[in-house]
Ligand binder design. Structure first.
Ligand code: SAM
Length: 335
């Protein structure tokens, strides 16, 4: 089993990748309300910290989705009929939950291959290696690349029926209009009757949400602060991370958890790669991430507006999390 680093990434030198990172940091720190794009969380250390988050007592989403995936394999296989297919996973990470699903599907049908996609090369390398050990009979082709570039690559290289997975609450990182654009772009790369299994973190007691993003051990804090360390390491920044704190809060108007880093004092930070110094006022916030929470009716609306038919919704026993199974409907107008 191997993995492919997409040409669009392979042909970019480390310098060019750093240039994009530097550009995004410049944009984010020059905005009136400072922000950083959440995709920069996931260097090797960030991916490792996220794995630790998924094991925290307070962080329910992974546990809940495990519970769902542990029991849906048989039902899912019924929708796949008797033909070879490919399972394509967007943002696969460590793939721990997916392995549960793969194991069940291998028991009912052997006619599929698995294509995990992630922007983090370490995540794909580790996942492919661990599947080699745990599922030696499964054909796995990892892809290191961005969601869109990877799925477009697949559109050009394979005609097989697809089951696309977007697990965890990755879709929650988009606001509703961006989620619509994202899902419709994926729809454009798929064929009629392809399937999509997509995870949604559901709206729930605000205290449960708040605790999940403010764990007692401070792993979420370290995960968020790591993006500043990444700027130090890759862009010659001089952030003193101890002068920032993590703040995770629920915004009931947006129905989203919001993550911020807060500057604890007045400070200036120089970023060598940008040859620029940025000022942070006391208590000034850097916005890092949104994590939107959904109702089942929001999920239905999102599917209806992006060209998918909802086949099933599975929830965990607490009703905290849902995985929707959607089918691509190409009678929907292409916009
Ligand atoms: C929150 S983790 C979820 C991992 C896994 N799906 C789960 O449910 O536990 C998000 C994953 O998506 C990947 N990712 C984030 N943005 C991406 C992008 N634009 N293209 C490809 N992968 C991306 C990250 O590297 C990370 O492994």
């Amino acid at each position: 089993m191997t993995y492919l680093v997409l040409d669009s990434l392979r042909h970019q030198t480390e310098d060019a990748l750093n240039e994009q990172f530097a550009f995004d940091v410049l944009m984010g720190f020059s905005a009136p309300a400072k922000y950083l794009p959440s995709k920069y969380f996931y260097d090797a250390k960030g991916s490792r910290l996220f794995e630790q988050i998924t094991e925290l007592e307070e962080y329910y989403p992974t546990r809940c989705e495990f519970e769902i995936l542990n029991r849906v394999g048989g039902e899912l296989a019924e929708f796949l009929e008797d033909e070879p297919f490919e399972i394509v996973e967007l943002g696969a990470g460590d793939g721990r939950k997916t392995k549960v699903l793969l194991t069940q599907l291998l028991e009912t049908t052997k006619q599929f291959s698995y294509i995990p996609i992630d922007i983090c090369e370490t995540a794909i390398a580790n996942l492919v290696e661990s599947l080699n050990q745990s599922h030696p009979s499964l054909t796995t082709h990892g892809i290191v690349g961005d969601y869109f570039a990877s799925i477009r690559h697949l559109e050009n290289t394979s005609d097989s029926r697809k089951l696309v997975l977007l697990l965890g609450s990755n879709i929650g990182n988009f606001d509703f209009p961006s989620a619509k654009r994202f899902l419709h772009s994926i729809w454009k790369c798929l064929n009629h009757n392809d399937l999509f299994l997509i995870g949604f973190d559901l709206k729930k007691d605000i205290e449960v949400l708040t605790k999940a993003y403010n764990d007692k051990r401070g792993v979420t804090r370290d995960f968020n602060l790591n993006v500043l360390t990444r700027i130090n390491n890759e862009l010659a920044g001089d952030f003193d991370v101890s002068r920032f704190s993590h703040h995770g809060m629920y915004n009931p108007r947006h129905g989203a958890m919001e993550s911020y880093l807060i500057s604890l004092e007045h400070q200036e930070v120089h970023i060598g790669a940008l040859e620029k110094t940025f000022e942070f006022k006391p208590y000034e916030a850097i916005h890092l991430e949104l994590s939107h929470k959904y109702l089942l009716s929001d999920m239905q609306q999102l599917a209806d507006q992006t060209g998918f038919t909802v086949l099933n919704n599975w929830q965990d026993s607490q009703g905290y999390f849902a995985d929707g199974l959607w089918r691509v409907n190409k009678d929907f107008p292409e916009s």
